[in-house]
Design a protein around this ligand. Structure first.
Ligand SMILES: Nc1ncnc2c1ncn2[C@@H]1O[C@H](COP(=O)(O)OP(=O)(O)OP(=O)(O)O)[C@@H](O)[C@H]1O
Ligand SMILES: [Mg+2]
Length: 206
C-alpha cells in the first residue's frame, strides 16, 4: 500500500482541494482521520464534491463538532481520542490522508500531528500558500517535520505564482517543488483535474 500524507503550513491553505485532486489523479482512497468542525461541513464531503467517488472516501475515525484544534474539539464533545484508532487503514491501492491545520496542531494534549506522521512513516506533501509569509511558515513546518524524522515528498503550492518565494523555499529547505495549484474560479471537478494535470507530474507521487 502506498500512502501520501497531505499536511499544510496552516489551516485553510488548500489541503483539501489539493488532496482531492491528488486522490482523483491517483485513483486513490481518501481519509481524514479526525474531522473537527462538523458544523461547518467536512473535508470528506468536499472531496466528493470535487470529484472523488464516495465509495473511495473512508469514514473518519473521529467526527467532532467544534471548528477548532482536534484536541480541544474532542474535549468539548467529551470524546477521548485514542491514537491506536489512528493507525493507517489498509486499502487496495494508494491512500491519501489529510491532516488538520498545520504540522504542530495537537491531536491530543500529548500527541501532535507531526508525531502521528512520524509513527506512520509515510511521505508527506506540505501544502503552502504562495502569499506573503509563506517562506517563514514553510521553512518552520519543514524543520518541525525533519526534527521528528518525517519523510517529506515535497511542497505543493496554492495560489498565484510567486516565483521567488517558491524557489527560495525549495532551495533553502532542500525540498522538491512539486507544483502549484492556481486559484480556480469556478472550482469544479473538471477545472481541478485539468489544473492538477497541467501543474503536477503524477510520477512524483507514485
Ligand atoms: N486552488 C483553489 N482554487 C479555488 N479555491 C481554492 C483553491 N484552494 C483552496 N480553495 C478554497 O480555499 C478554502 C480553503 O481550502 P481548503 O479547504 O482546501 O483548505 P484546508 O487547508 O484543507 O483547510 P482545513 O485546515 O480546514 O482542512 C476553501 O474554500 C477552498 O474551496
Ligand atoms: Mg481540509
Amino acid at each position: 500500500m502506498s500512502v501520501i500524507v497531505v499536511t499544510g503550513t496552516d489551516t485553510d491553505v488548500g489541503k483539501t482541494v489539493f488532496a482531492a485532486a491528488l486522490t482523483v489523479a491517483l485513483g486513490a482512497h481518501y481519509w481524514k482521520p479526525v474531522q473537527a468542525g462538523l458544523e461547518d461541513g467536512s473535508d470528506a464531503s468536499t472531496v466528493v464534491r470535487l470529484g472523488v467517488p464516495a465509495e473511495r472516501v473512508l469514514p473518519e475515525a473521529y467526527r467532532l463538532t467544534t471548528p477548532c484544534s482536534p484536541h480541544r474539539a474532542a474535549e468539548i464533545d467529551r470524546v477521548t481520542i485514542d491514537p491506536a484508532r489512528l493507525a493507517l487503514p489498509a486499502v487496495d491501492g494508494p491512500l491519501v490522508v489529510e491532516g488538520a491545520g498545520g504540522v504542530l496542531v495537537p491531536v491530543t494534549r500529548t500527541l501532535l500531528y507531526a508525531d502521528l506522521f512520524a509513527r506512520w512513516q509515510a511521505p508527506v506533501v506540505l501544502v503552502a500558500r504562495t502569499a506573503l509569509g509563506t517562506i517563514n511558515h514553510s521553512l518552520l513546518s519543514i524543520e518541525a517535520l525533519r526534527t521528528r524524522g518525517v519523510p517529506i515528498l515535497g511542497v505543493a503550492f496554492s495560489g498565484e505564482a510567486v516565483e521567488d518565494s517558491e524557489a527560495t523555499i525549495a532551495a533553502i529547505a532542500g525540498v522538491r517543488r512539486l507544483g502549484r495549484l492556481p486559484r480556480l474560479d469556478p472550482l469544479t471537478p473538471e477545472t481541478l483535474a485539468t489544473a492538477f494535470a497541467a501543474n503536477f507530474r503524477l510520477e512524483d507521487f507514485r
